[in-house]
Ligand binder design. Structure first.
Ligand SMILES: [Zn+2]
Length: 280
């Protein structure tokens, strides 16, 4: 039988408890998920933005995975856990239960209320309570005047979006920008900035520099392989070389001749190699 004992009504994170996110998550865990869930599932590690949760059985992993977004949203009310984005469940041996944190003033919930709430009889009951507990943490955040991410609805310190959503948007912008620079390297920066919503001139410059470096490195490696008579992807290298020259020089592609001085200058020591690739 499942017993879901002490879910605290006004569960709220204590800021400044320490900078280690795992320590904060572990000390808040039982309060957030309730003691029954805490006995069957424990946070054991954080890898980048993923919290690894050890569970006592595949059934628990399965059921908790349905509540992943809610649990993550609840945990992200902790300042140290703002960057958590996902949970990953692993079945394993639960060593010992995570202690329920007591605040200096004692339990934050009246004993009468705990007594009034019967122990959960089923897994569904336990999970429904977990869900309500997470809602309460969100209500508490809201009551404190806290904001929520415009994209994923997680609690945030400042709007409009949370850090993981912001990172995700940035990744997508960078991807769109780099794709444009590869496919249409003759576009001016103004045109690229107009095409990729939200892209800043600094991000554009960073993408341009990163691409030029990556393309140069790739051509350089291909040049070495060519000397060793290794097979090469000539179609890609031709495209790379032409994008490189156009992005480097900003010359109008219609005016770029195969043996122009502009091309020689841009390709430098790789000029002969690229010429061989293009004429072979
Ligand atoms: Zn978000």
């Amino acid at each position: 039988m499942l017993r879901l004992g002490s879910i605290l009504d006004a569960w709220r994170p204590k800021p400044g408890a320490g900078s280690d996110p795992l320590v904060s998550v572990r000390s808040a865990w039982a309060e957030l998920v309730g003691s029954d869930v805490a006995r069957a599932a424990q946070p054991v590690a954080i890898e980048r933005d993923v919290l690894i949760v050890l569970t006592s059985s595949p059934a628990w992993s399965h059921q908790l995975s349905f509540l992943e977004p809610e649990i993550v949203r609840g945990l992200r009310a902790l300042p140290e856990a703002r960057e958590l984005a996902r949970l990953r469940f692993r079945v394993g041996k639960i060593r010992r239960s995570v202690p329920i944190r007591e605040s200096p003033g004692g339990p934050r919930r009246a004993n009468a209320e705990i007594a009034a709430e019967p122990a959960a009889r089923t897994l569904d009951d336990a999970l429904a309570r977990l869900r309500r507990s997470v809602e309460r943490t969100r209500d508490a955040h809201r009551a404190r005047g806290g904001l929520f991410c415009a994209l994923c609805d997680a609690p945030v310190d400042a709007g409009p979006t949370c850090r993981p959503c912001r990172d995700d948007q940035e990744r997508r912008r960078r991807f769109a920008c780099e794709r444009l620079l590869f496919e249409a390297p003759w576009l001016g920066s103004d045109e690229v900035l107009a095409l990729v919503e939200g892209l800043t001139p600094e991000q554009y410059d960073a993408s341009r520099r990163r691409l030029l470096q990556a393309w140069w490195d790739e051509m350089w490696r291909a040049n070495k392989l060519h000397k060793l008579r290794q097979p090469l992807d000539r179609v890609r290298l031709r495209k790379l070389a032409s994008s490189f020259v156009l992005l480097e020089t900003r010359i109008d592609p219609l005016r770029l001749e195969m043996d122009s001085a502009v091309r020689k200058n841009a390709l430098g020591e790789l000029y002969d190699f690229v010429t061989q690739i293009e004429t072979a």
